[in-house]
Design a protein around this ligand. Sequence first.
Ligand code: KG4
Ligand code: ZN
Length: 366
Amino acid sequence: MLSGMSACATLVGMKVLGIESSCDETAAAVVADGTVLLSNVVASSMDLHAQYGGVIPEIAARSHIEAVMPVITQALDDAGCTWADIDAIAVTYGAGLGGSLLIGVLAARTLAILKNKPLYGINHVEAHVYANFLTSTPLPGYALSAQQPPFPMLALIVSGGHSQLALFTDHFSYRLLGQTQDDAIGEAFDKVAKITGLPYPGGPSISKKALEGNPQTYQLPKARLSGKYDFSFSGLKTAVLRLAQEIVGKDFTLPSSALPGLLSEAQKADIAASFQRMAVETVVDKTLLAVEEFAPRSVVIAGGAAANMELRRQLSARLPFPIAYTDPKLCTDNGAMIATLGCFKVARQQATADPYSLEIAPNLSM
Ligand code: KG4
Ligand code: ZN
């Protein structure tokens, strides 16, 4: 394995430290030239939230306070970098939980002043797309894209907070084609996991359970929306709840916490598989429509749900050319995607943020 010092010494180019704290992951990474991943450190407070079946904002914020400096120090160490090697700091300033965002932003602002580095504010959702621009790393255990996706690039962003289709004609030049009108797809996975008694987060647990089930067992509804590229997942989630109630022969008067105990493991697996098939089909249908209309040169998937193997399988089967996706570790929240977009901001001379005044933007949209 490459030692820390040699990793930084052998790679010339511009290096950006990325800091991410928008939800329950405290993450930092160093990326060189928007393409080489030098380090990627993630401390998650997920285990603390799992018992509640969702992220508790106060617990997340407190965990960020404890983790932020150790994570940043580790990211520099793993990259073999000192502060002198870092050309800029990039930090998520939105969208996300207010208390969580604040910790990363305040840390980044302070470090930018103390270490005299330019600071870049990063839109978390845009950054998810940029995980696909990483093509090499001295770190073991990463399966990265072979090449950076060419423009025009269609991006399907599927995470716990967002479901969006965007068409990029170049860096910093994109059009939002459509988005979810209610729940995000990852949120729907999380809610269906709760209905069926599977652990939080629902994405990995539903997809694992689905492997044991038959995706054709239950015919769940597909949302019809007026916006050509818009999504909806709340009807599907409600349909799963009704289906589970029907299977166990109880109506809505049964407390939802009692429902999973009445479902057999086989029924849970069939529900998981049928739900996953329909949720994935919903986003794949829209992606194909956009491919037909805009003829992009690449299609990338990004965000936590981009780690979903059924999504990758359906897209690969139905698209006329290969999709680009990155290592599952870079699909969920991480600092590498923040640092990568930061590199492109430096290279394209985008505006820096004022370290004395950069504010968080919890509701930032694309
Ligand atoms: O991108 P992310 O880490 O955080 C947000 O920006 O929201 O995404 C987290 C979401 C969670 O809702 C989780 O259930 C979902 O991504 N997720 C998945 C999978 N792995 C994580 N959804 C479907 N399939 C997966 N394998
Ligand atoms: Zn995210």
